[in-house]
Design a binder for this molecule. Structure first.
Ligand code: SAM
Length: 191
């Protein structure tokens, strides 16, 4: 089985080319994207939160798994990156693209609940973790990638990632699976 042989979602190649042009180098990989799409497709009319939109590469996969009544809010603080996501998804009424600091957005919206949260920036992963875990509906998914040590991690980041993992493992209200696949995924379901 070749798990890199994956059909790409709509707009992926266009957004990838635009990302390369501006030097955006933090995309989630294809395996993570494919997993996100499959998880999103598990629930009709699903509600999704992505923290850290980037240029919209993971958003391509998330959007591909959504039905016509699904909704996603995706948050990033970079106008430059979001301009690319806006170009392709700005007219899709299911998709709410927000330019704001992730921590501030979580603080202002912590009463909201989602079926799936992909935490792909500091907020919801290394900060505001309890707040974001509380935003996952019962039976919903919390998912993070980049949990396997990488050569370009700054000093101290491996310890941060280990602390995050150790904390998630203490949470009795989530069923957690660690996957040494893709960039290192943690998939947690709210009990
Ligand atoms: C790993 S990238 C997201 C990649 C994207 N999910 C994808 O798969 O292509 C992390 C993103 O977090 C954003 N970011 C960094 N600090 C932030 C903050 N304080 N608030 C919101 N977003 C932030 C960056 O602009 C960057 O786009």
């Amino acid at each position: 089985m070749d798990d890199f042989q994956i059909a790409l979602p709509k707009y992926y190649q266009e957004i990838q080319a635009a990302s390369e042009q501006i030097g955006f180098n933090m995309p989630s990989d294809l395996q993570t994207g494919s997993l996100l799409k499959t998880l999103v497709a598990s629930k009709p009319e699903t509600s999704i939160l992505e923290l850290g939109t980037g240029t919209g590469l993971a958003l391509c996969w998330l959007a591909e798994g959504m039905d016509k009544n699904a909704q996603i809010t995706t948050v990033d603080n970079s106008e430059e990156f979001l301009a690319i996501a806006q170009k392709y998804f700005g007219s899709d009424s299911r998709i709410n693209i927000v330019c704001e600091d992730g921590s501030k957005w979580v603080e202002a919206n912590k009463a909201q609940k989602f079926d799936l949260i992909f935490a792909d920036t500091w907020a919801g992963k290394y900060t505001e973790l309890d707040e974001v875990l509380a935003m996952v509906k019962k039976g919903g998914f919390y998912i993070i990638d980049d949990m396997q040590e990488q050569a370009n991690w700054p000093e101290g980041h491996a310890e941060k990632a280990a602390k995050l993992l150790a904390y998630l493992e203490t949470r009795q209200d989530f069923s957690i699976t660690k996957m040494n696949w893709s960039t290192g995924i943690v998939l947690a379901t709210k009990l």
